[in-house]
Ligand binder design. Structure first.
Ligand code: GLN
Length: 294
């Protein structure tokens, strides 16, 4: 048995030795300890003499020291104030993606009204954990939320997250918009597609490149520039938008200008680029004309 205080120090050191930055290592060691022994944050702080069996923590520490992301070990990640189940079948929700959610909820004043007899519709393409779709379904209860993903295993996680938060989302398995009923139209189409150029794989931290699902990270065409799915969204999504509807996407570093141009070339207007907290252009918004030409 080891005193909590000593176990925390040794665990932090182990994670630092594995290449994790010192401040993160301490926070993560705390979270792993809480998780392993079912302790609250308060207990962790107030009971440094608590005697613990270090062999309970050992397998979790070994996983993190191998650079498996903390979120997969804990099975949870917070996004926009909600806790999401995550498994290696899904991309771990990122704080930058909250900007896309924010852009959507600031939109209603600028949305066209759906034709009478129709509810407003929102589609999340490549939903992964479902973090975007589920959060928006909670925040916009009058909007019908649909979500697609090409991975059945990801959709299982997304369905679990929708159930966990009591969110009504219609999930469809398939490529981009292909699995949707052909007549279905949307006021908003959002997506955080896989946008990393395959050639950049070697620049990724092991947490990302080794552990996160490659279909969720990489442009599916080998040798391409990372923009393949934006090209496809620009050509396939506008026909599914109702007049005055919006296409809104997250983009990778350095991609915003090219994506804005793709959307403009597809006939969309009122193009806007939003920056994330680090000042990186991160979200591109574009509106379909108010007249239905499709
Ligand atoms: N929509 C999910 C997210 O934003 C998954 C995105 C993805 O897998 N590329 O986290």
């Amino acid at each position: 048995m080891v005193a909590l205080r000593d176990l925390l120090i040794a665990s932090t050191q182990r994670l630092t030795d594995a290449g994790i930055a010192a401040d993160e290592a301490r926070t993560e060691a705390r979270l792993l300890l809480q998780h392993a022994f079912g302790l609250t944050r308060e207990q962790l702080i107030l009971r440094p003499d608590l005697e613990l069996d270090s062999s309970v923590l050992e397998p979790l520490l070994a996983r993190r020291a191998s650079r498996e992301p903390l979120a997969y070990i804990l099975g949870e990640r917070g996004f926009y104030g909600l806790s999401f189940r995550v498994t290696p079948a899904v991309l771990i929700p990122r704080p930058e993606t909250e900007l896309l959610v924010e852009a959507v909820i600031n939109l209603p004043a600028r949305l066209g009204s759906p034709p009478s007899g129709f509810a407003k519709g929102l589609l999340d393409i490549g939903t992964g954990s479902g973090c975007i779709a589920v959060t928006l379904a909670k925040l916009l209860p009058d909007v019908q939320v649909w979500a697609t993903d090409i991975s059945e295993a990801a959709l299982d996680v997304a369905r679990e997250n929708a159930a966990r938060h009591g969110a009504a989302v219609t999930f469809c398995l398939g490529d981009l918009l292909a699995p949707l009923p052909p007549e279905q139209r949307f006021e908003i189409v959002v997506s955080n597609p896989p946008y990393i150029a395959p050639a950049d794989a070697k620049t990724l931290e092991p947490e990302v490149g080794v552990f996160e699902p490659h279909t969720a990270l990489f442009d599916p065409i080998s040798g391409s520039d990372g923009l393949t799915l934006y090209r496809r969204l620009a050509s396939e999504a506008p026909a599914r938008l109702r007049p005055s509807g919006w296409l809104m996407v997250e983009v990778g570093q350095g991609q915003a200008e090219a994506v804005a141009r793709l959307f403009a070339d597809a006939g969309l207007t009122n193009i806007e680029v939003r920056e994330d907290l680090a000042g990186t252009p991160r979200v591109v918004l574009a509106q379909k004309s108010g007249l239905d030409r499709t």
